[in-house]
Ligand binder design. Structure first.
Ligand SMILES: NC(=O)c1ccc[n+]([C@@H]2O[C@H](COP(=O)([O-])OP(=O)(O)OC[C@H]3O[C@@H](n4cnc5c(N)ncnc54)[C@H](OP(=O)(O)O)[C@@H]3O)[C@@H](O)[C@H]2O)c1
Length: 357
């Protein structure tokens, strides 16, 4: 069955999902939302970097898109920095009966841990429209669920699970959002960025920790977080930004599920700008600039290293493409699923869609 789909927003992730919606034979692009005046009125193909026009023009008229009654909306608008506005857009589609797959609102990767201000309205909207919402991505998302499940499925016994993203973000052209959010470039005496404040990392990645704890039947005493900055002794110039000497050029942070004082389920990030930064913090395997890794301690002990981006595709760009693919590949299953806010556990194990045609 061909699903009629709307792409909502054409930023880093949205451009990639838009391209998939245009190219995939099992999906029909019926609408595109863009907020920037320069994008409104442009053909979807132009916004996706494709040559052949689709005839679908970008609009900033949300209600006109809602009225199309699409089967599904791929929602990739910036949400964490403008939650109220984005939530109103998201709920308008859900309440009108369109299902939504989203990379935005990362707190909803595990809805059980989401705050009432967010979960309440989306649950109400799903109820009103008989629709479903699925939020996922590569991290948070894949690394802490599908990848971790794959590793745990090979374990006889497990005493500790560590999920890691170790990525060199130097060539990631996202200084305005990731750069600012992670605090890259800031001097040692600057106030902590929002992400480094107590509880924030646990609110974003703690959902993955709790999802694994639930799957394993582990009762956690708490989910706590930690954050470290690494300051470069010399200037670092890279695509993400120019970091002066003394500025933050790497961060390491984690959400830790704790039992009896010991972290037993850990979701950790090491993000550096160039390989010279934070030399003591661990690296991807030789030949790679990024890895999503799951390490299970126990018997026999398991480690899976997952790399996106082969050949000349930069790992950071590949992460963005795979984040988009992660939700586009779930469209058919989400359309077939029960109404409500879904997790990966509500969907079939193998979600590949018609990626080969
Ligand atoms: N879980 C994961 O692995 C993962 C990975 C990456 C990103 N994410 C999440 O996915 C979302 C998108 O990330 P991104 O990197 O694509 O972000 P981005 O490049 O900043 O793009 C976000 C888009 O949101 C739209 N937008 C921004 N302000 C708006 C406004 N005032 N009104 C309406 N639309 C507005 C814009 O769309 P137009 O340009 O079309 O106007 C913008 O391009 C974020 O919520 C991010 O946290 C998750």
């Amino acid at each position: 069955m061909t699903r009629r789909v709307i792409q909502f927003s054409t930023g880093n992730v949205g451009r990639e999902s838009l391209r998939m919606l245009i190219e995939r034979p099992d999906l029909e692009l019926v609408g595109v939302h863009a907020s920037s005046p320069g994008k409104v009125g442009q053909d979807a193909a132009t916004l996706a970097g494709l040559a052949e026009p689709t005839g679908v023009l970008a609009t900033d008229d949300r209600d006109a898109l809602v009225a199309l009654g699409a089967d599904c909306v791929v929602f990739t608008a910036q949400a964490e920095t403008r939650p109220e506005e984005a939530l109103a857009d998201l709920c308008a589609f859900l309440a009108a009966g369109s299902d939504v797959v989203s990379t935005s609102f990362v707190w909803l990767v595990n809805p059980a841990g989401a705050d009432a201000w967010l979960l309440g309205p989306v649950e109400d909207a799903c109820r009103a429209g008989g629709s479903s919402l699925y939020v996922n991505g590569i991290d948070p998302g894949y690394s802490g669920d599908t990848l971790a499940y794959a590793a745990l499925g090979l374990a006889g016994t497990a005493t500790k699970v560590v999920v890691q993203e170790i990525f060199d973000y130097a060539d990631y052209d996202d200084g305005d959002f990731t750069g600012v959010t992670f605090g890259f470039g800031r001097p040692a005496d600057a106030d902590p960025v929002m992400m480094a404040l107590p509880g924030v990392v646990a609110s974003v990645w703690g959902g993955s920790v709790r999802l694994l704890a639930d799957a394993l039947g582990v009762e956690l005493d708490e989910v706590r977080d930690r954050w470290e900055n690494w300051h470069t002794p010399t200037r670092i110039g890279c695509t993400m930004m120019d970091v002066p000497a003394g500025g933050v050029a790497a961060v390491r942070f984690a959400a830790e599920g704790v039992v009896d004082g010991e972290p037993v389920i850990v979701v950790e990030h090491v993000n550096r700008l160039t390989e010279t930064a934070a030399p003591d913090w661990g690296y991807p395997p030789v030949g790679h600039t990024g890895v999503h890794r799951v390490r299970v301690e126990g018997h026999p002990g398991i480690e899976i290293n997952s790399h996106v981006g082969l050949g000349d595709v930069a790992t950071t760009h590949a992460g963005v493409v795979s984040t988009a693919a992660r939700v586009v590949n779930a469209i058919d299953a989400v359309c077939a699923a029960r109404p409500g806010v879904l997790t990966v556990d509500d969907l079939p194990v193998n979600l590949v869609g018609r990626v080969m045609s």
